[in-house]
Design a protein around this ligand. Structure first.
Ligand SMILES: [Zn+2]
Ligand SMILES: [Zn+2]
Length: 275
């Protein structure tokens, strides 16, 4: 029987709806050999997943997904098998989380100056525990009648140049790649098809990039083939995963719907300094 590893899944530690334990139970149910826990800017879900993994005989691949920005495009960088106690990474995660909250505070302050009263509590309730972003503020604006829809909320209030706009803290993908390497881990560019700029892959190689996520639910069969080929040509590890966010999540695949075999996991381990 071939081995199946889903190398991209989220839990309640970030914006997934399954707890780490529930994720592992589902991995078992779906016949996976292993699953990578890759929450946004946090490693908080990994410990619980490891415990459940031991119990259910599911191999846990410790990971993370870091949001960065490159020439105005959002770029996600996955990291695998890094030292979780690394202060360079944990300091970055803390900074990213705090930054989200202070940015929200500053947006709400600016909106108040513009005559709109929205409380932090309203926005946090809208985010339901996920990391807070502008879409949550937009939804509150719509609900309170300040905008007709999400787009209108951005155009009128919180988009660039509008009264409630606050510039975002920008992390360059190269920096995320370097920090993951510094922590002994393996940096992989997530769903490059969604970035829409292939040149970034080669640009990140000198920074220490070691892989690219060729298989992803949002990649067409052509893109899967193209990125697998690109990885081979550039000597990068071609990874894959479902980007599972939980039941009822509007997008992304079911857990295990996109997978790789044990050879890919072995390559990741080989490039990590943790073994
Ligand atoms: Zn992503
Ligand atoms: Zn993801």
């Amino acid at each position: 029987m071939s081995t199946r590893y889903d190398l991209h899944a989220h839990t309640t530690a970030s914006d997934g709806t399954f707890s780490p334990r529930e994720l592992v139970e589902l991995a078992k149910k779906n016949g996976l050999s292993g699953v990578a826990v890759c929450d946004h800017d946090t490693t908080d879900g990994i410990e619980e997943a490891l415990e459940a993994g031991t119990q259910y005989g599911i191999e846990i691949v410790p990971g993370v997904e870091i949001n960065t920005e490159y020439e105005g495009k959002e770029v996600h960088v996955l990291g695998y098998y890094f030292d979780r106690s690394s202060t360079v990474l944990q300091d970055l995660f803390l900074q990213l989380r705090e930054e989200r909250l202070t940015r929200m505070d500053r947006i709400l302050q600016k909106l108040r100056t513009a005559g709109i009263q929205i409380s932090e509590k309203d926005v946090l309730a809208e985010a339901k525990g996920a990391s807070v972003g502008r879409p949550h503020i937009a939804r509150v604006l719509v609900r309170m009648g300040y905008a007709s829809d999400i787009r209108d909320a951005f155009d009128r209030w919180i988009g660039k140049g509008r009264p409630g706009y606050v510039e975002r803290f920008k992390l360059h993908p190269g920096q995320a790649v370097r920090l993951i390497r510094e922590a002994g881990g393996v940096p992989v560019i997530a769903h490059p098809g969604l970035v829409g700029k292939d040149a970034i892959v080669e640009e990140l190689i000198p920074e220490g990039l070691l892989g690219l996520e060729a298989l992803h639910p949002d990649h067409s069969p052509e893109e899967r083939k193209r990125f697998s080929q690109m990885a081979e040509n550039l000597g990068l590890i071609a990874t894959g995963g479902s980007d599972f966010h939980g039941a009822g999540a509007e997008h992304r695949g079911d857990l295990g719907s996109v997978y790789v075999d044990e050879h890919v996991v072995a390559q990741l381990k080989k490039r990590s300094l943790m073994f």
